[in-house]
Design a protein around this ligand. Sequence first.
Ligand code: NAD
Ligand code: WQD
Length: 340
Amino acid sequence: MSLLITGGTGYIGSHTVVELQTLVSEQTPSQDIIIVDDLSNSSTVVLDRVKQITNKTVTFIKADVCDYNAINAIFDQYDIDAVIHFAGHKAVGESNEKPLSYYHNNVSGTVTLLQVMAEHNVKKLVFSSSATVYGDNVSPLNESMPTSATNPYGQTKLMVEHILFDLAKSDSEWSIACLRYFNPIGAHSSGLIGENPNGIPNNLLPYVAQVAVGRLAQLQVFGDDYDTVDGTGVRDYIHVVDLAQGHVKALQNLDKISGCKAINLGTGNGTSVLEIVNTFKEISGQDIPYKIAPRRAGDLATVYANADLANELLGWQATRNLYTMIEDTWRWQSENPQGF
Ligand code: NAD
Ligand code: WQD
């Protein structure tokens, strides 16, 4: 039996592959892992690094999930019984500029994958959704709240969630975990894999890390007049290895999920931008110059999870604290200043 991982050379995918190869093989006979990625936002160097960490190899196929024939050929060739679907574009700002590219890649790509899965009778799926589907609900955010989206990226996640719920309703054989991630940060403790954004980072942690390592001059803090502990935005940062382990748990518990279930993966704690900057400064010993800038359009003051359902359904909770998250981010960034 094989497990297909789309987007497996990306940030969250690569950490999940490592956890699958270590945790799963300790507990159950390991499944063969097949990664499909079009390398639009990642590099094959990741595969060497994963091998260094795990001492195991994976099958890698360069393909686009929107390409029906390529994906169909993979399902014809391998005995796949479940899929973790990470592949997608993820930059909110870019999605406003290139909405068609986002709808095509994230929505059409998922529909193509689901079509091939259905035709091969593979009906177990773990999907990368996002806390962005909660729109402007007030935190703590729980899975029964109404969903909405404010940008094309968020719309693609919401549309795919609706597609998955409809699919599961139409055919009770599907088991789907729709994991709503909060803010993944950190890196593997080896310092060998981590987040490697193209160009100027959009997200806070890679930006701060690149300022600390001297690649960028100064952080802009988007707003200091929110109703929060120090006026800056508060988010639920979660260690990428905790997140990866959440995927292992989701996969192991898919049989218990009938239909499609949305599940938050967060810590339940909020941290402000300035708390991040100060902790990063302390851990790295580097200066992190910043200036207060206007609020960023579309940002909310406070976003954090109610993480109870993941504990109840999957027996999972995050275990790594902010200190570890930043320590691991810094190790990765300082040992790989230019990324992969
Ligand atoms: P990433 O860009 O590092 O990884 C995504 C991978 O998918 C990349 O390796 C890219 O090359 C690949 N890919 C993109 N389009 C593809 C296609 N059509 N066919 C094949 N491969 C394709 O991003 P990530 O941070 O690892 O995110 C993984 C998933 O989690 C994405 O779906 C993202 O939307 C979702 N997510 C991410 C975050 C976050 O903050 N990182 C938060 C919530 C949800
Ligand atoms: C965090 C905080 C910013 C950059 C985004 C997506 C979301 C999900 C995760 C995919 C906020 C502040 C940031 C900077 C700053 N991705 N900030 N200066 O916006 O919570 O979530 O990534 O699904 O959909 O929207 O994360 O890291 O961009 O911002 O002050 O240069 O840091 O205002 O308060 P966000 P982020």
